[in-house]
Write a protein that binds this ligand. Structure first.
Ligand SMILES: Cc1cc2nc3c(=O)[nH]c(=O)nc-3n(C[C@H](O)[C@H](O)[C@H](O)COP(=O)(O)OP(=O)(O)OC[C@H]3O[C@@H](n4cnc5c(N)ncnc54)[C@H](O)[C@@H]3O)c2cc1C
Length: 413
């Protein structure tokens, strides 16, 4: 395709990488966000480029796990009763897609994106001069319960060779030696050696955005909801005036469905909200730890040790109910010293999720020049770079690096 103008709506990890890849293919790109780049979901995550996350989180199907979630026995899941009528149909489809008939194909499609995650972030990190933010030494799943360690090890041994991933099991003594800050002896750990972790996820997006500007791209503040179809393409109003282009890409993360509804697209997006808070003054872990039995991450970051929580099923904009963070703090304090919280109020964000657990990447079915790139759920920070490349290849008419059919927006028509 000959170079054209493109408006990319949303400057999170996904939109910023999309803008960079379109620009690389010669397109004239304007990146529009109502905030600065990387200040929403892409700011508040656990910062792990999770190439080991080759299978998405399925809806629990065993009775014991369902009861645990329903009665909020673990800290990993919370839900608002008031949200259930709104999201019930999405959850029912999520449950269906998590069954043995559909999940394996979904996991295969998911894995094709995570397999490329590191390779696609590498040139961007290098070109953006962001190597100082990235630790390339893997991260650690820690276990309190020997039975859950055994189950996870079996999964690791199945997926690692299929996806060319390296992992190592640590005994309780080896874990204690590797993590001197641990206050108690745990059942053991699995070290994933290939993932990377980022000390300031929002800053990585901001550096990618700086790279986009250095290469001639334009970033403007504006409200994506002003997007309108014109005679020759799409227009949006920004603080710097109106912009029009032949193509518009919706990369608004958890806000994408709000924009698309008036255009007639009923994408079944729902959110799994999450919280974080930083702590200073203690000795943190040597690398990011995922406490597999409590569903929280303890990640050493620039602002301190960041504790992130599991999934809260709620309306996207409902007031915060940081009960999970309270539980996560208590669980983390069993493991390490966390003397001083940095923020008064915890940060809250929303993972953009689809019932079939796959992102939506590709051209809208009923509008020429409208493109979607959102719905990356638990791994959008990981998959942003490869998703940006895939969208740019499709828009440009190139042969795509990954078979795009599983992510097609038309699956919801
Ligand atoms: C607690 C937690 C931990 C996580 N940990 C990880 C992890 O370790 N690894 C990983 O890979 N993923 C992780 N994730 C998931 C990951 O953060 C998300 O999948 C990813 O950030 C989504 O990126 P995005 O660009 O799609 O959305 P966002 O980063 O939210 O970007 C969307 C952008 O759209 C803009 N926007 C919205 N509405 C408008 C509007 N009307 N006008 C203009 N602009 C608008 C917003 O300002 C925002 O900048 C985690 C998520 C959470 C909540």
């Amino acid at each position: 395709m000959s170079p054209t103008n493109v408006i990319v709506l949303g400057a999170g990890m996904v939109g910023t990488c999309t803008a960079l890849h379109l620009q690389q293919r010669g397109h004239d790109v304007v990146l529009v966000d109502r905030r600065g780049p990387g200040e929403e979901t892409s700011y508040g995550n656990a910062g792990i480029i999770q190439c080991e996350a080759v299978e998405p989180y399925p809806f629990p199907r065993s009775l014991s796990k369902l009861l645990r979630a329903a009665f909020k026995r673990g800290g990993d899941v919370n839900y608002h009763f008031s949200a259930l009528p709104v999201i019930a149909s999405h959850l029912a489809r999520y449950w269906l897609h998590s069954g043995p008939a559909r999940y394996p194909a979904i996991a295969q499609a998911y894995g094709r994106l995570s397999d490329q995650a590191i390779a696609e972030h590498t040139p961007l990190i290098d070109a953006a001069g962001a190597g100082d933010l990235v630790r390339r030494e893997g991260y650690r799943w820690v276990f309190r319960d020997p039975a859950s360690l055994e189950t996870a090890l079996r999964t690791a041994e199945r997926v690692a060779p299929e996806h060319g991933l390296r992992h190592a099991a640590l005994t309780p003594a080896e874990l204690a030696q590797a993590e001197p800050a641990l206050r108690q002896r745990l059942a053991g750990a699995i070290d994933w050696l290939d993932p990377w972790s980022v000390s300031d996820p929002g800053e990585l997006v901001a550096r990618y955005a700086d790279l986009f500007v250095r290469r001639g791209g334009l970033i403007v503040r504006g409200d994506a909801s002003t997007l309108r179809r014109g005679v020759t393409g799409w227009g949006v109003l920004t603080d710097e005036g109106a912009f029009s282009a032949e193509h518009a890409v919706v990369a608004l993360g958890p806000w994408s469905d709000t924009l698309l509804k008036p255009l007639g697209y009923r994408v079944p997006l729902f959110v799994k909200r999450g919280y974080h808070r930083h702590y200073t003054g203690g000795t943190g872990p040597t690398r990011a730890l995922l406490d597999m039995d409590r569903g929280l991450v303890i990640a050493p970051m620039k602002r301190g040790v960041r504790i992130t929580t599991g999934a809260e099923f709620a309306r996207r904009d409902a007031p915060s109910t940081p009960w999970q963070l309270t539980r996560a703090e208590a669980a983390a304090r069993e493991l390490i010293d966390l003397p001083t919280p940095v923020e008064h109020e915890p940060w809250r964000g929303a993972r953009p999720c689809l019932p079939d657990m796959k992102p939506v990447i590709g051209q809208a079915s009923r509008h020429h020049g409208l493109w979607f790139n959102f719905g990356h759920a638990h791994q959008g920070f990981t998959m942003g770079a490869i998703s940006g490349r895939l969208l740019a290849e499709l828009l440009n008419g190139d042969s795509p690096a990954v078979d795009p059919r599983p992510y097609s927006p038309s699956r919801f028509d």
